[in-house]
Design a protein around this ligand. Sequence first.
Ligand code: SAM
Length: 197
Amino acid sequence: MSWIERRRREEYYRKAKDEGFRSRAAYKIKQIDEKFSLIENGFRILDLGASPGGWSQYLSLVNPEGLNVAVDVLPMRRVKNVHFLRGDIFEEDIWNRVLEPSPKGYDLVLSDILMHTSGDRSRDQANSFFIAKRVLEICQHVLAKNGKALVKTLQGDLTEELRAEFKKRFGRVFLTKPPSSLPRSPEVYILGEHFSG
Ligand SMILES: C[S@@+](CC[C@H](N)C(=O)[O-])C[C@H]1O[C@@H](n2cnc3c(N)ncnc32)[C@H](O)[C@@H]1O
């Protein structure tokens, strides 16, 4: 990691500590929200891969009148205004569990999930593609018409295929990398708006 990247990481780490966020990741969702006006107070939001809870803390602040449901295979310390479900997105019928607190579905589905990286770039990319496809499958069951989804993936050969999958289901699709995501990291976020089902 370069000196500049290390400094950037430390800067966000310190900022998160000072501002009471559990992870630097909170700034990624904040910056994407500021750029794309992602969140409206009152939304029903599903936060997949939520632990340790930086994104959930942000949701708690900007969506206090809505419903925030967080899911992770790992435990997560309580966040005010957030309903946590411990679970794996690959569980059969996970959609039935996430629909329990919000039977009419969600306005926004977020996924910051990353499997343990192996260091093998193409394998890591394939895993992230597989996760994003699963999140799309979950959207088919839980995302409301015209809803939005924001999904982390690792940029590579499969990114265009994933973008094409999003385009089949969303009216508008963007690929974005917030400033707090380190430039050397291949992570990018795909945003779909106007879900058609
Ligand atoms: C980068 S972290 C998320 C950070 C979080 N957004 C925050 O702001 O603190 C990725 C999370 O995905 C979770 N995860 C990985 N595979 C998962 C799966 N199959 N189902 C649910 N969560 C998963 C991990 O346990 C980890 O907590």
